[in-house]
Write a protein that binds this ligand. Sequence first.
Ligand code: T1G
Length: 694
Amino acid sequence: MADTQSGVTDLKVEDGIAIVTVNNPPVNALGAAVRDGVAARMREAAADPATEAVVLICAGRTFFAGADITEFGKPPKGIPLGELVTLIEDMPKPVVAAIHGTALGGGLEMALGCHYRVAVPSARVGLPEVKLGILPGAGGTQRLPRIVGVERALEMITSGEHVPAPKAKEAGLIDELAPEEGLRQAALDFAKRLVAEGKGPRKVRDLSDKVEAARGKPEVFADFAKANARRFRGFEAPAACIEAVKAAVELPFEQGIAKERDLFLKLVAGTQSKAQRYVFFAEREVRKIPDLPDDTPTLPVNSVGIIGAGTMGGGIAMNFLNAGIPVTIVEMKQEALDRGLSVIRKNYEASAAKGRLKPEDVEKRMSLITGTLDFEALSTPDLVIEAVYENMDIKKDVFRRLDKIAKPGAILASNTSYLNVDEIASVTSRPESVIGMHFFSPANVMKLLEVVRAEKASKEVVATAVKLAPKIGKIGVLVGVCYGFVGNRMLAERQREANRLVEEGAMPWDVDRVLYEFGLPMGPFAMSDLAGLDIGWSRETSKGETLREKLCEMDRRGQKTGAGFYDYDANRKATPSPIVEQMVLDHSKQKGITRRQISDAEILERLIYPMINEGAKILEEGKAIRASDIDMVWINGYGWPVYRGGPMFYADTVGLENVLARMEQWEREIGPEFRPSDLLRRKVEAGETFTGAA
Ligand code: T1G
């Protein structure tokens, strides 16, 4: 049979082995053209008497990275993926999947439809559909447990983890590891050996011992769900994943496939999956800066200086050490320096104790950090990040000194969380080198990095900071200079309303409960108890006007004093406090406010709609490039539940006209701070949305 080439698929026959190659850059997503192409090549190979086995391989940087997510929600075209997998499984000749890069989602399901799997050691395989609010919809929930067993399948499908090929081989998912540079030949040789040994197709669907082992043990699923309740809180997909794997154990294969299909179709049509697919693309869009094309030159960052070894300075340093970049950390006092370095070591040792880091990696990272009291040491790093106390005068002093010492071309960054970076830059002779890099506490954990584009910052400096973010494991969001940038500016709206709602009729724990049930990890009052109510408070300056001041004056400073807005037991478990309840009632009376019943729905709207309105103002002022960037800030920096897509996506789901109506009502009833943004008005008038994705 002659070799065939059409579109993105190609078939060549070598020594009786048909090699089907797919080339659909960038990640060989299984779009309609790919599916139809592979189906046609498989049929050709099946019909060709000279062909004794088939190898399925992808060109480019990876094996299939899954279904083409951009096709979701559109009218279906081409052979459905599940049918293609069955077509491959039913081939009359053995089919070998040759895996490199990532075999993910539909990509791994294709490999599971193949009869054998060969992979290079650097490959990773997984079913990450749950991260898109769905579940594997092309047989993955039925075939995977038949190979790796029920428990492992539950873990892989509900976590979406990418499993390294050597581990996948141990689990029975991969039959042979190929040399890194020799995948194609190894797969060819593997296929030839099958033919030589007379081995035919081996259908995963026919493997049953691993699922039979779990038959009659429904507790396996209940226990798994219970053990992971905290991780799955609020998400719809994990429970459906568990139900699908349960079907693989309890139902015949075809019925299990039908069950999987039902569950998949329900999820894919739901708002959660729309939100999580939106977030998938938003995480990629955030890197694209309209006036900074991909080839914008960047500056080298091979060494970093950090000023301040406090909580933020230490956490920031760890990000660079994790990336293998040496850090010089400067402090004023030896004691503070020693404390800062020991916290960093303790954090690494804690990770090692949990098996997340090897002991030698702890030493390697600690060997990359140099602590010093000598500010002059900052004359060599490519990037210097200031993480000192949040005070403009102190920061200006630091930048004046830095300007004299740092080498020409060094990037001078401030970790300020609110202050005007242009003003900080103005005290230097090189404002083009000054930028804001706002990390979030704990800085070695939180994924968000607000890159604050100072007015005079050069394109190289901005491009360098934006491209540096993923290298240190961060989602870098480019924002403009304004008070509190994007995240804290919107947070201030929520915080104001939280305090007001408590004066008007709600209790702190009502507000917290509503946000917790909405999906946030914690409400504002519990959060401030955790952080400490006395941050920025002193008895000398206290006016005793706000609830917070009154609590501090009573030495209720939060968790650390066992009491704050809540009372805390020895295990720091919070309970609503009758003392605080009385204080709240007295506080409203003192302010002449007649308290009223406030519904959970109103509490939620009063907390979130002003944030959305502020997000719209941020967009109209150009302090954020796109609505999805704002959502990236909230999901990666403030614990906004990913299955709600972010405040701007959420606004689209509740309807901008409803947000506008409420803002107008509150402007009338409460005050001008609720004045709707012009952009919000314009969007409603035009019948448009913020994200176009809800
Ligand atoms: N569909 C469409 N586009 C995709 C895509 C996909 N599956 N995966 C990546 N892209 C685009 C991405 O938007 C970006 O575009 C470019 O490719 C490079 O990606 C039935 C239904 C493979 C680990 O969830 O995890 O199968 O921004 O920047 O960092 O059960 O992409 O350049 O225009 O991310 O090297 C399940 C998703 C689908 C895997 C590579 N699969 N992809 O990471 O590159 S659902 C997934 C990834 C499914 C079936 C179900 C990563 C990657 P642009 P990138 P990367």
